[in-house]
Design a protein around this ligand. Structure first.
Ligand code: PPS
Length: 301
């Protein structure tokens, strides 16, 4: 297969999905698996976990501003977020592996991004009793966001057309596996692991200040009213979209001519993509797969 060239950077062909311990993955998530599994977490590490496209970047930026907004503004304006909050499991072209970035990270606490299902989290995070924040987003908006993302990023499998992608999502054949299992298994973990704060993208969109207050309570932080206002401003979608340090425009594995990383940032965009028949099919599958009545999602605000 011919190599693809994005803004003069040579990239390898798109990766293939394969079954990895029962979860669909690609080599970019599973290379160096032993190193990932042996990763040494520190007690003050904060793990920011989400299914892909659930708003990890938004949450990471909020957490970074909460922790370092006052102290390291130069860092914030000169180093892209994906280097300041590395993705634990990822080894992708033209970027140091996540575990190496983390080993060399000088911040304290370290903010660590992951999309791994809960059963793949390295055991040191549990042993060190690290604080973990999990954010979930409704499945309908996830599949739309994921589709546009896979169209524009060459480090994910080719998405194909919308109809076949939609079917593949229902079957759970996506990088990081079925959305249903991801959100449900993390939800289940919350029942036994007290240092897990489980939150929802829709709540963050509805009232960002309220959700930041909850995060501060969980993390034992007390920003001043002024700091809180600054964070609210900086993390608004439009401001993040034009901020080159957080919008992924510095990463050459994405083609912004196809779609943007900061694409729409809305609850309910699925309505612009789903047909009536697709919506009915989706709801049917959803009912069968999501059995726990205590885990509820909103698909519109
Ligand atoms: S990734 O690639 O899996 O790490 O993506 P992730 O960051 O988890 O999710 C990307 C989606 O989050 C949206 N986003 C936001 N929405 C609202 N407000 C803010 N500030 C914000 N920042 C990121 C982003 O636009 C992606 O969603 P879609 O629906 O595609 O726009």
């Amino acid at each position: 297969m011919a190599k693809v060239s994005v803004t003069s950077v040579e990239l390898p062909p798109r990766p293939q999905l394969f079954d990895f311990h029962g979860v669909s993955m690609t080599e970019y998530f599973t290379q160096r698996w032993e190193t990932i599994q042996n990763f040494q977490a520190r007690p003050d590490d904060i793990l920011i976990a989400t299914y892909p496209k659930a708003g990890n970047t938004w949450l990471s930026y909020i957490l970074e501003l909460l922790h370092f907004g006052q102290s390291s503004s130069e860092h914030l304006t000169s180093v892209p977020l994906y280097l300041r909050v590395p993705i634990l499991e990822v080894t992708i072209p033209s970027l140091e592996p996540g575990t190496e970035l983390l080993d060399n990270l000088s911040t304290s606490p370290r903010l660590i991004k992951t999309h791994l299902p809960v059963q793949f989290i390295p055991k040191s995070f549990w042993e060190q009793n690290c604080r973990i924040i999990y954010m979930a987003r409704n499945a309908k908006d996830i599949v739309v966001s994921y589709f546009h993302f896979e169209r524009m990023t060459f480090v994910h499998p080719e998405p194909g057309d919308w109809n076949s992608y939609f079917q593949r999502f229902l079957e759970g054949k996506m990088v990081c596996g079925p959305w249903y299992d991801h959100v449900s298994n993390w939800w289940q973990k919350k029942q036994s692991y007290s240092k897990l704060h489980y939150m929802f993208y829709e709540d963050l969109a509805e009232d960002t200040g309220r959700e930041i207050d909850k995060l501060c309570c969980f993390l034992g932080l007390s920003p001043s009213a002024e700091e809180r206002e600054t964070i609210l401003g900086k993390t608004q979608f439009d401001n993040m979209k034009t901020n080159d340090m957080v919008n992924f425009s510095r990463y050459k594995g994405m083609d912004f001519k196809i779609s943007h990383f900061m694409r729409k940032g809305k609850v309910g965009d699925w309505k612009n993509h789903f047909t009536v028949a697709q919506n009915e099919e989706f709801d049917e599958v959803y009912k069968k797969k999501m059995k726990d009545p205590s885990l509820q999602f909103r698909t519109e605000l």
